[in-house]
Design a protein around this ligand. Structure first.
Ligand SMILES: [Mg+2]
Length: 346
């Protein structure tokens, strides 16, 4: 709940800020916010193409906006937004493939410049297509959600080439607890930083309020009912790893080591690690993920547990005076490293 409240506090500016702030936070270009929802679907099954239009300081739903869906440059369907600002049409792909639609809001009737067109990706795959589920914040994104709110964070070191290699054999599904307000910003970031294309699944408001673990568990379970080969899951939170593991994915936990020399932080991490099933791979960076995925390296929780116990032993011996940080650099005596700002847990 504490994390959820922190996240909500982080999102508060969205509803209170003017358009300039919205541009920074959400990547919008003007008065309007256009959100598109990517989808995964089986061949021959119908899926909803949904866009949402909101506007103003309170992001009010915009009723009666004309929404055009284009495919391969040709108009596919037109609809109008409803009372919730949602416009939906149906699409039924007859074969596996990627079906990107361009979603365009007509400027007719708008009192400000129409939002820029956005892509909505329908990813159609056979039931037995191999899938990878990957998180965004503190996973392929080097930093946490606060960096996403305030700027353009860097990708985690070595994550783009690993994801590109994975994409040669698997469909990449980006699954994040970020609210769908961040659809445009998330998709743009993924594309700009050299990650392979794939559907970006974000949380609705109701999914967001459930919390990350419940949201991801439900979304993965829903995917598993349709797709039989969800094989790999990569994320930075224990709840990510457990959601992957409970749904029979090979789980990779990008563990976040404390940057402080506070013994309580290390003991808390140790307690969490000791609850993990031994099948979960606990890795420190994307080089280890690379080694585990492609060179048969193994990183069971026990290895990190032993490392953390050793840090606690050293911390006890030195009375917190020379605790190494996660780069192995000793902190000067009497000087504590700054504690990392806990970003909302996404
Ligand atoms: Mg994360």
């Amino acid at each position: 709940m504490k994390v959820l409240l922190a996240t909500l506090a982080g999102l508060l500016p969205l509803s209170l800020a003017g358009c300039g702030t919205q541009k920074v936070l959400l990547g919008t270009e003007g008065h309007y916010l256009l959100t598109t929802m990517d989808e995964m679907v089986l061949p021959g099954k119908s899926v909803s193409l949904t866009a949402r239009v909101q506007a103003g300081d309170l992001l009010r739903p915009q009723v009666g906006c004309v929404v055009r869906f284009y495919r391969d440059g040709c108009l596919y369907r037109v609809t109008e937004t409803d009372q919730e600002g949602l416009g939906s049409v149906r699409f039924r792909p007859d074969r596996p493939g990627d079906f990107p639609f361009e979603v365009v809001i007509s400027p007719v009737g708008l009192r400000d410049t129409a939002p820029a067109p956005q892509t909505l990706r329908v990813c159609c795959r056979a039931q037995d297509a191999p899938l990878v589920i990957v998180d965004l914040d503190k996973t392929i994104v080097a930093d946490g959600f606060h960096a996403v709110l305030l700027g353009n964070p860097e990708p985690a070191d070595h994550s783009p080439p690993v994801m590109q290699r994975l994409a040669q054999t698997h469909t990449i599904v980006y699954l994040t607890h970020r609210p769908d307000y961040f659809s445009k910003k998330s998709k743009t970031w993924i594309e700009q930083h050299g990650f392979p294309p794939g559907p970006v699944l974000l949380s609705s408001l109701s999914g967001f309020l459930k919390g990350s673990e419940a949201f991801k568990s439900e979304r993965i379970a829903e995917l598993r009912r349709r797709f039989t080969r969800l094989e790999i899951g990569i994320g930075d939170k224990f709840s990510d790893a457990l959601a992957y593991h409970q749904n029979v994915l090979k789980a990779y936990l990008l563990v976040q080591l404390p940057s402080s020399s506070r013994r309580e932080d290390w003991e808390s991490l140790l307690a969490d690690l000791e609850t993990l099933p031994p099948e979960i791979q606990v890795v420190r960076d994307w080089h280890q993920i690379d080694a585990a995925l492609f060179r048969q390296a193994s990183y069971p929780p026990a290895a990190t547990i032993e490392f953390v116990r050793e840090q606690i032993r050293r911390l006890s011996q030195t009375n917190a005076a020379s605790m190494p940080n996660d780069q192995g650099v000793a902190q000067p005596q009497g000087e504590q490293p700054p504690r990392t700002v806990e970003s909302p847990g996404l």
